[in-house]
Design a protein around this ligand. Structure first.
Ligand code: ADP
Ligand code: MG
Length: 574
């Protein structure tokens, strides 16, 4: 067996000061929350991230989660006597990428510790981790502050009566979650308790996962509510995905989370005793566990009792936490430096090479697009989120695909207004693609095709409704393999060739005739829908859509829906 190689020691260039400003930010201001008037919850998270490709940390094997048990096991993974660890370069690379994306300071020298305990899924009797001298220290994640949830408020849409009330919108406020550290460690094997083995009840162990590389990310206690914790986890998922570190899907175990919760009077935030809830595997379970724990601790404190420092589990059935063990009875892990692993030196050249690979993070991308094109937050948010692997979705998606399409279209033509391109992209094209079970990445249409279609509408060679029909028919046809040679460009060329080119002399009478048709159409709809008309006049502007639907039906889809809506609104004085 090869001895572990001692790597050359190299100093890491200090990161720019801007990377550090947020990590030394002042502690959070308390936030008043009507659900727990007078109390301040404090929350810190410990997260385990499975790395993309599932490399093992100290062997050449790849961890698997669905293969026949015990088929991906190197001798070292089974802790056979005499085997020695060799650090695998892939997990190191991914952990460094994660550290950079999280603005964490990479330590030029880090060390591996053994954490000892006995369990069937831990064959050697210890786990190799980096508790005391981690790969990277500090760092932070900027998170958009979620709206406060008041007592009794329902999740989701507000009731009609809420409109115009004090409903708080998700806005442009941010909070910072500072990180303690980012460390490399091994995963355990998987054990199955089987009561029906031929030899009687027993435990089976599958070593396919044994020794898989994980990174552990520990946050400072910088979150104040279940919603803030959930928002942080989502921001972290999106960073891990966009930097190519992990799929970070909680339901697949790619991201696992322990939460630490304490509660204190608003007057002395952070002074409470903390409890830890282990192993939460969904963002909604993280929120539910924190909420249940806050309520439990407040109830104890209100009775004048103490919160005992303890480790808890969470039941997804009852959505509440339950006692596992008190901190006094927590095991002594007998940490010691691993004698078989030399200190890990990270060469500065490697760090600077990886710095270039991290790319633009989702929030940075969002801010750049908003600034450059002067667009609203909500629509840019939709654009940036496109292609991101959603929880429960297959794979990690295609990061940044929405912004790539958008910029390619805007830059691909002279007169393409960002606002107009955005509408076509996120409303029209996405709608059509979704109805045909496609995404931007699998779209039969290219960005330049959509650009050409937008140009046709802008230059009035087609109206919006006609363009949408061409688009819808083409996508549906391509899905059935009838896209035709020449693709969309050819379809559009044929479609435009069949119409007269816009010229001032021919388009004026045309436009006048169209205007007359539109006026007649709207007249007849207004006179045949008195009930809808009175509702619209009374301010129920949503009802306009019903009349637009009717107009589309009567004109067999040829009317320009947007103009119809505008015209009806204008005629009814809303
Ligand atoms: P341990 O070594 O016992 O795991 P740490 O000090 O490393 O303890 O903290 C572990 C986690 O507990 C971190 O995520 C940290 O943010 C969180 N934490 C620390 N203090 C508090 C507190 N007062 N309330 C809630 N969480 C806390
Ligand atoms: Mg801990």
């Amino acid at each position: 067996m090869p001895r572990p190689r001692l790597r050359t020691l190299a100093l890491v260039a200090p990161s720019p000061a801007s990377h550090r400003t947020a990590s030394t930010a002042a502690p959070l201001q308390p936030r008043h929350d009507t659900r727990w008037q007078g109390w301040q919850p404090t929350i810190g998270l410990e997260l385990h991230v499975q790395l993309k490709g599932n490399p093992k940390l100290f062997s050449h094997e790849t961890a698997t989660y669905d293969a026949t048990p015990n088929t991906h096991v190197a001798p070292f993974d089974a802790a056979l006597p005499g085997t020695l660890p060799t650090l695998h370069p892939t997990p190191l690379r991914l952990a460094l990428l994660a550290s950079l994306a999280l603005k964490s300071q990479i330590n030029s020298l880090s060390r591996f510790d053994r954490k000892h305990y006995f369990y069937p899924d831990l064959t050697p009797g210890w786990q190799i981790t980096q508790r005391y001298s981690p790969l990277a220290t500090g760092g932070y994640v900027r998170v958009r502050t979620p709206p406060l949830r008041s007592k009794g408020a329902k999740k989701g849409k507000g009731k009609a009566g809420d409109e115009g009330g004090a409903k708080q919108e998700e806005g442009d406020e941010f909070f910072t979650v500072r990180l303690e550290q980012v460390q490399l460690e091994q995963d355990t094997a998987k054990s199955f308790h089987d009561p029906s083995l031929p030899s009687g009840p027993g435990t089976l162990v599958d070593l396919n996962r044994a020794g898989a590389a994980l990174i552990e990310i520990v946050t400072k206690p910088d979150m104040r509510s279940p919603e803030e914790a959930a928002a942080f986890v989502k921001a972290l998922q999106s960073i891990l995905r966009s930097s190519g570190v992990s799929g970070a899907n909680m339901d697949k175990g790619e991201l696992r989370c322990d939460v630490n919760v304490s509660v204190s009077p608003l007057s002395s935030p952070g002074s409470g005793t903390r409890c830890e809830v282990k192993n939460l595997n969904g963002v909604r379970f993280i929120s539910a566990a924190i909420e249940s724990e806050i309520q439990r601790q407040i109830a104890l404190l209100q009775k004048g009792e103490e919160v005992e420092s303890s480790t808890l589990g969470f039941s997804a059935l009852t959505l509440s936490t339950f006692h596992l063990r008190s901190k006094e009875s927590s095991p002594d892990y007998r940490y010691m430096p691993d004698p078989e692993l030399s200190p890990l030196a990270v060469p500065a050249e490697l760090v600077s090479k990886l710095r270039g690979e991290v790319g633009e993070l989702p929030l940075e991308r969002e801010e750049r697009v908003r600034e450059t094109y002067g667009l609203g937050r909500r629509e840019v948010g939709v654009l940036v989120a496109l292609g991101e692997g959603e929880e429960g979705a297959e794979g990690e998606g295609d990061q940044g695909v929405g912004v790539r399409w958008f910029e390619e279209i805007v830059k691909g033509g002279e007169a393409r207004e960002p606002e107009v391109v955005m509408n076509w992209l996120i409303h029209t094209l996405l709608g059509v693609l979704t109805r045909n079970s496609c995404t931007l990445s699998t779209s039969p249409l290219s960005p330049s095709d959509l650009g050409a279609l937008i140009d046709a509408v802008t230059s009035k060679r087609m109206n919006g409704t006609e363009a949408k029909a061409v688009l819808g028919e083409y996508v549906a046809a391509s899905r059935e393999g009838r896209g035709g040679k020449g693709g969309f460009a050819e379809v559009l060329r044929r479609e435009l060739a069949a119409r007269p080119a816009p010229s001032p002399s021919s388009s004026a009478p045309d436009a006048a005739a169209q205007d007359n048709d539109l006026t007649a159409l709207i007249d007849s709809i207004i006179s045949s829908h008195p009930l809808e008309v009175s509702k619209i006049r009374a301010g129920q502007t949503k009802v306009i859509q019903r009349l637009v639907g009717e107009a589309m039906k009567r004109s067999k889809g040829r009317a320009d829906a947007r103009r119809v809506a505008e015209e009806i609104g204008r005629r009814l004085g809303v």
